[in-house]
Write a protein that binds this ligand. Sequence first.
Ligand code: CO
Length: 164
Amino acid sequence: MALRKIRQQGDDILHKKAKPVKEINAGTLQLLDDMLETMDANDGLGLAAPQVGVLRRIVVIRVEDALFELINPEIIETEGEQRRNEGCLSVPGKSGTVIRPQRVAVKALNRQGETVTVEGTELLAVAFCHELDHLEGVLFTDKALEVHDVTAEEEEDEDSAEKA
Ligand code: CO
């Protein structure tokens, strides 16, 4: 495993659309392992492949000890609405409120190439939406009602402005 460099806002790759994974091979699995290590090393709750410079449709998410490794993920169902303060490993020091669905269902392939459907509410629903947006070249700052510098209170509040 290896840490990968996280691309930051201003890097063109973050604004490009990622391509589907056609075949899950050793390189795909290595990328998943590296993305997990990179996410954990940076205290993130999610990471999308374009954030480490790879334009492929792959995301990893870890929320409350539940780990998701999603290849070619698609949102198949949404319900309700929520507003939450978001942050992003590619936009350090900033956060902002984004309107997202309250519940989201996602269909994807897992690392074994099996089709899985996963579902999340609240923070997990936000994580699915935030990471899938990265695959479309969209950052939370493109959708936020406002973007501000992370405050000291937010730094202390573990549930606020989670970086993904
Ligand atoms: Co992000």
